[in-house]
Design a protein around this ligand. Structure first.
Ligand SMILES: Cc1cc2nc3c(=O)[nH]c(=O)nc-3n(C[C@H](O)[C@H](O)[C@H](O)COP(=O)(O)OP(=O)(O)OC[C@H]3O[C@@H](n4cnc5c(N)ncnc54)[C@H](O)[C@@H]3O)c2cc1C
Length: 408
């Protein structure tokens, strides 16, 4: 069996970010195997995030914006980000940039293939690809298998953030290139949370995305119908070309993800619970997490970095998920109050979990109280982390062996 110091299972955002960080330290001398089922040559997603600092991967930031807009049928607000900037990185630029940099290091090996199993043993762990096992001291897994993540429905909430976006080019100048339309709620809610999101790339080109927070995906044609309708009725664009499509779904749950499914296996990225449950933003959390992991490897010689998330943010996410899942109260109204009665910098700091308790009290004091009081009373708080199911994954059997969840 071929042995490495580290195996990175899944070379997407978290896997490549981790490899990139390792490669910037003395750990560049360790042997690393990066396994991914895909070649990663497509622009399969765009990552946006806000920060006042130099952004991670600053050299490949595709666009940045200085204003954010919130729109709903009763309110419209455009606010300056002051010292913050809203950044966007294209998936394809990230894959190319990290591969180019990592390929210079002969200790880093690449394998394209589907991981069929990950197995922990006494002094390491192994992955199986096309029937062949590869072992390592540590396996960093970023493969998230929704079919194997069992949310405890009685104690937690599990919704999907699903979306479809078209990168369009209009036949006239129509977009304001300084402003991201973060949420446009001018669409029927039907008991779910539905809004449009616009990233303008030029006065004629933009990514226009229809986003829904709900338990189920929509029939395919519904995404298209809503996009068409919004572009024509709200943006007043009749003639445009669709250059590309972005579509996917992200889990939104307050149940924690198993962090260490084996003594030598650590879950990272979405699989490691690095996605903010109430918003679906994960990119910055992933960057902070891999930084922590590398520091822990350097200092402690193991990767199990402490999770420093303040429990109160978990509680706020749970309240919001309760309100979204219960469909008793309009989330559109809560977001309207949030943006209307708070400075934008405070709202964004809150969504990025960087507010103080005092600032959070200010925020909550300016929101409609009733749905939150009801949520505090009725809410489901998970007692333990989500388990990896013993069931094999239909026809494709990653994690064929059930493993105990190791909490560190
Ligand atoms: C379309 C889209 C847009 C997003 N936009 C934002 C955003 O704007 N801001 C933000 O903060 N977050 C965003 N997210 C959420 C999050 O940042 C991304 O999902 C991010 O890519 C998660 O990183 P990851 O490493 O966990 O997963 P991924 O990047 O998906 O990496 C997992 C890798 O595992 C590979 N893989 C899967 N199964 C196997 C297998 N069996 N064997 C081998 N390899 C396998 C996949 O090919 C993939 O490369 C977005 C997500 C999506 C899907």
């Amino acid at each position: 069996m071929r042995h490495y110091d580290y195996i990175i299972s899944g070379g997407g955002c978290a896997g490549l970010s981790l490899a990139y960080r390792l490669n910037q330290t003395v750990l560049r001398d360790k042997s690393v195997l990066i396994v991914d089922a895909e070649e990663k040559v497509l622009n399969d997603r765009t990552w946006c995030f806000w920060t006042a600092e130099t952004p991670p991967f600053a050299e490949i930031v595709y666009r940045q914006w200085s204003q954010i807009e919130f729109v709903d049928p009763k309110f419209q607000q455009t606010a300056k980000l002051s010292d913050l900037k809203y950044h966007m990185i294209r998936g394809i630029d990230f894959y190319e940039h990290t591969r180019e940099s990592l390929s210079k290091n002969p200790n880093i090996h690449w394998l394209q293939g589907k991981i069929e199993d990950i197995r922990d043993f006494s002094d390491g762990a192994a992955v199986t690809v096309n029937g062949v096992e590869y072992s390592a001291r540590w396996v960093f897994n970023s493969i998230y298998l929704p079919a194997l993540f069992q949310a405890d429905q009685r104690r937690s909430y599990y919704l999907l953030q699903h979306f479809k976006g078209w990168e369009i080019e209009a036949d006239r100048d129509v977009f304001d290139t300084s402003t991201v339309r973060m949420m446009d709620f001018r669409t029927e809610q039907d008991g779910d949370v539905k809004f449009f999101y616009i990233l303008p790339f030029s006065s004629r080109k933009a990514l226009v995305e229809y986003t829904i927070f709900s338990p189920q995906l929509l029939p395919e044609e519904e995404y298209d119908l809503h996009l068409k309708d919004y572009i024509s009725r709200q943006l007043n664009i009749e003639n445009y070309r669709i250059h590309s499509v972005e579509q996917n779904a992200i889990p939104m749950t307050n149940q924690s993800f198993p962090r260490a499914p084996g003594k030598h296996i650590i879950n990272i990225g979405i699989a490691g619970g690095r996605c903010k449950p109430s918003t679906g933003y994960a990119f910055l959390q992933i960057q902070r997490d891999v930084k922590n992991i590398v520091e822990t490897l350097l200092q402690e010689a193991h990767p199990f970095a402490p999770i420093r998330r303040a429990p109160r943010f978990h509680f706020y996410d749970t309240l919001l998920l309760h309100i979204m899942a219960g469909q008793h109260y309009s989330i559109r109204k809560i977001f309207r109050w949030l943006f209307r009665h708070n400075p934008l910098s405070r709202v964004l700091a809150f969504l990025d979990e960087r507010t103080s308790l005092f600032q959070e009290i200010l925020i909550f004091s300016r929101l409609p109280w009733l749905p939150f009081l009801r949520a505090v009373y009725q809410t489901r708080l998970p007692r333990r982390s989500g388990r990896t199911s013993a069931r094999t994954w239909q026809g494709e059997a990653p994690y064929a062996h059930p493993r105990e969840t190791v909490e560190r």
